[in-house]
Design a protein around this ligand. Structure first.
Ligand code: NAP
Length: 288
C-alpha cells in the first residue's frame, strides 16, 4: 500500500473531545446541549443508528432523548410532536431517523423541524443556506468528509474534485462544500457514460454511490485523495462474505492513491461526530 490512511476513528475522537469541552462549558453556564432523536417503526439498521447517536451524546456530555414510535404512528401526530420539540428549550437539535414508514411524507417531516434545530441539515432552508454560502447546518456526512480532507493538510484551492453521486444528503452538499473550499468540482452520477474519464483527472474523489468496486485502481490518478462514503456488504460466495465495504476497491486503489479512507473506520464515525458538532453549535447560538 502506498496511500496514507485517513483515520476517521482517530479524527472523530479528537473532534468529540472538543465537543465534550464545549458541552461542559455550556452546561456550566446552564445550557446543556440537547438532541432529540425520533425513530418510527422497527427497521433494524435504523435502531442501531439511533442507539449509536444517543450513546455518542452521552459520552460527550450532551443531553439526549430517544423517542420510539410504532410504525402505525399517524403523520399528524409526528408533526405535532416535532412542533412541541421545536418549542422545547432543552432541545437544540432534532433528528428524525430515515427511512420513515410509507404513509409519512419525509419532506413534510423535515420541513416541520425548526431551521434553528435542523442539525441534520436536510431542510430546504438549510440546503439554501449552503447553496448561498450563508451560515447554517451542513449535512453531517459531507461535513465529516470535509474534515477528513482538511486533516490531510491538502489545500483544495485550484484542485479538481470529482464527486460520484448526487443525492440531496451526500453528493450535492459535498459538491457545494468542495466548491466553497475553492476546488473545481465535477459531479458524476448513474448517467455519466465514462466515469473513469473524469476520475482519472481528479486530485480528490468522493465516492457516494452505494455500489462496491465503483472506483478501481485504473480510474485513479497517482497521488489522489480518495474519500469512500459507500456502505455495502460483500456478497455471498466472495472472500470476506458479509463484511462491510465501501464503493472503492480499497486493495487496488490504495496502491495508486496518495490518501484514502478505509471502510469501516473512515467516513462512518465522522457522520455521528458532525451531528454532535452541529448540536453543540446550535446550543452555543442560543446561549450566546
Ligand atoms: P443514493 O441516494 O442512492 O445516491 C446514490 C448516487 O449514486 C445517485 O446519485 C446515483 O445516480 C449514483 N450512482 C448510482 N450508480 C452509479 C454508477 N454506476 N456510477 C455513478 N454514479 C452512480 O445514496 P446516498 O444516500 O447518497 O448514499 C451513497 C452511499 O453512501 C450508500 O452506500 C450509503 O449507504 C452511504 N452512506 C454512508 C454514510 C456514512 O455515514 N458512512 C452516510 C450516508 C450514506 P442517480 O442520481 O443518477 O441515480
Amino acid at each position: 500500500m502506498t496511500a496514507q490512511l485517513i483515520n476517521g476513528t482517530v479524527l472523530s475522537q479528537q473532534i468529540r473531545a472538543d465537543v465534550a469541552r464545549r458541552a461542559a462549558a455550556l452546561t456550566a453556564r446552564g445550557t446543556q446541549p440537547g438532541l432529540a432523536v425520533i425513530l418510527v417503526g422497527e427497521d433494524p439498521a435504523s435502531a442501531v443508528y439511533v442507539r449509536n447517536k444517543v450513546k455518542a451524546c452521552a459520552e460527550a456530555g450532551l443531553h439526549s432523548v430517544l423517542e420510539k414510535y410504532d410504525a402505525s404512528l399517524p403523520e399528524a401526530d409526528l408533526l405535532a410532536r416535532l412542533q412541541a420539540l421545536n418549542n422545547d428549550p432543552a432541545i437544540h437539535g432534532i433528528l428524525v431517523q430515515m427511512p420513515l414508514p410509507k404513509h409519512i411524507n419525509p419532506q413534510r417531516v423535515i420541513e416541520t423541524i425548526a431551521t434553528a434545530k435542523d442539525v441534520d441539515g436536510y431542510s430546504v432552508q438549510s440546503a439554501g443556506e449552503l447553496m448561498a454560502g450563508l451560515p447554517g447546518f451542513r449535512p453531517c456526512t459531507p461535513y465529516g468528509c470535509m474534515k477528513l480532507i482538511e486533516s490531510t493538510g491538502l489545500d483544495l484551492r485550484g484542485k479538481h474534485a470529482v464527486v460520484i453521486g448526487r443525492s440531496n444528503t451526500v453528493g450535492k452538499p459535498m459538491a457545494l462544500l468542495l466548491l466553497q473550499a475553492n476546488a473545481t468540482v465535477t459531479i458524476c452520477h448513474s448517467a455519466t457514460p465514462d466515469l473513469g474519464l473524469f476520475t482519472r483527472q481528479a486530485d480528490v474523489v468522493v465516492a457516494a454511490v452505494g455500489r462496491r468496486n465503483t472506483l478501481t485502481a485504473e480510474m485513479v490518478k497517482p497521488g489522489a485523495l480518495i474519500i469512500d462514503v459507500g456502505m455495502n456488504r460483500v456478497p455471498a460466495g466472495e472472500p470476506g462474505e458479509g463484511k462491510l465495504c465501501g464503493d472503492v476497491d480499497f486493495a487496488g486503489v490504495s496502491q495508486v492513491a496518495g490518501w484514502i479512507t478505509p471502510v469501516p473506520g473512515g467516513v462512518g464515525p465522522m457522520t455521528i461526530t458532525m451531528l454532535l458538532v452541529n448540536t453543540v453549535e446550535s446550543a452555543e447560538r442560543v446561549a450566546r
